[in-house]
Design a protein around this ligand. Structure first.
Ligand code: PMP
Length: 334
């Protein structure tokens, strides 16, 4: 029994993969982050960032939570803000799916739209505009998920100990995608302090984290896209490159086909970043033994992506099922 929805953040189960893992020696589990109150792993970071800001005095009663995001962090912040009585303003690229914007508004967030697909150093870029909005609004506090240490701290304090306890210390390999890097850096660093755990980052093939050129790709919410006109490009502070032992690259086609298999063969309707991470985990598991226990972070559900990854027409237009069609939609570039 929870006294507040905020207590329904964290304590997510591990679920073993069966059919998609056939023929592989280790036990492979997904950490069911879609079961968090707001539906994603980002609820943990949102709650920890808000609580830290309250403690430091950066966010005071009557204050306003501000963030630039197209995704789950906004939902988490809006949820936490609503429950704790803060106004929440989320700056969103206009390329964001209408359902996501509607969800933010449903949780009570004020949404400010800005052009998507522009260079990271353009002042109108979602992250830069959010910083300006936070500075201009009286009582404004920028959550700053890319640089805020409370983001990886949430995973140090909650995700990692949960995994350690749930596996009774048997976990030997952690696999996760990289958006801000908070999940992988925080969970990975804390697990490594507890035992010899191999930490594997998984990245879309074109993304720059794993050595790609930063050109567009279709899986949402992970990776590092680099607009061709970008002059200065920096890694997020929360991506601690000393934590991952390796970064495995997974192409979009493999992600889409893995997402379909997870739904059909495991009964797990998961988002694209989960599918990318599972595909990476299946690959590294080929080199692991029967004593290995692999934990894969599955950040959100596939419900938000039914019209993309789970739509045969969309997949076919892009050539993920057959050949690319002439009306293939452009990759996501916000
Ligand atoms: N998957 C999804 C669906 C997400 O929303 C995010 C956050 N952008 C991530 C993966 C990456 O998590 P992190 O920011 O902790 O690296």
């Amino acid at each position: 029994m929870h006294e507040s929805v905020l207590d329904a953040v964290g304590a997510t189960p591990l679920i073993r993969l069966r059919r998609v893992a056939e023929g592989l020696a280790p036990r492979i589990y997904v950490k069911a982050e879609w079961q968090n109150a707001g539906g994603s792993v980002k609820d943990r970071a949102a709650l920890w960032m808000v609580r830290a800001a309250e403690r430091s005095g950066a966010l005071r009663p009557g204050g306003v939570i501000v963030e630039g995001t197209s995704g789950n962090t906004g939902i988490g912040l809006a949820l936490v803000g609503g429950v704790l009585g803060y106004r929440t303003v989320i700056v969103v690229p206009d390329t964001t799916a209408a359902e996501k914007i509607a969800a933010l508004r449903a949780y009570g967030a004020e949404v400010r739209l800005t052009p998507g697909g522009i260079p990271g150093d353009d002042p109108r870029h979602v992250i830069n505009l959010a910083a300006r909005v936070a500075a201009e609004i009286p009582g404004g506090w920028l959550a700053d998920q890319y640089g805020n240490p409370a983001n990886p701290r949430a995973h140090r304090d909650t995700t990692a100990p949960e995994i350690w306890e749930q596996t009774a210390g048997a976990v030997t390999c952690l696999v996760a995608g990289i958006g801000t890097g908070g999940t992988l850096s925080g969970t990975g660093a804390a697990l490594k302090e507890k035992g010899p755990v191999r930490v594997v980052g998984v990245d879309p093939e074109n993304s720059a984290y794993g050595g790609g050129d930063g050109s567009p790709y279709y899986v949402e919410a992970i990776g590092h896209y680099r607009h061709p006109d970008t002059v200065t490009d920096t890694w997020p502070e929360n991506w601690d490159r000393t934590v991952a032992d390796e970064v495995v690259r997974v192409d979009d086609r493999t992600t889409m086909l893995t997402a379909r298999r997870l739904a059909r063969e495991e009964g797990l309707l998961l988002g694209g970043s989960s599918a990318t991470a599972v595909a990476g985990a299946l690959r590294v598991s080929r080199d692991l033994g029967p004593d290995d226990v692999v934990v894969v972070i599955a950040p959100d559900s596939g419900r938000a992506y039914l019209s993309k990854y789970f739509d045969d027409g969309w997949l076919r237009r892009l050539g993920f099922l057959t050949e690319p069609g002439p009306d293939a939609p452009a990759p996501l570039v916000d």
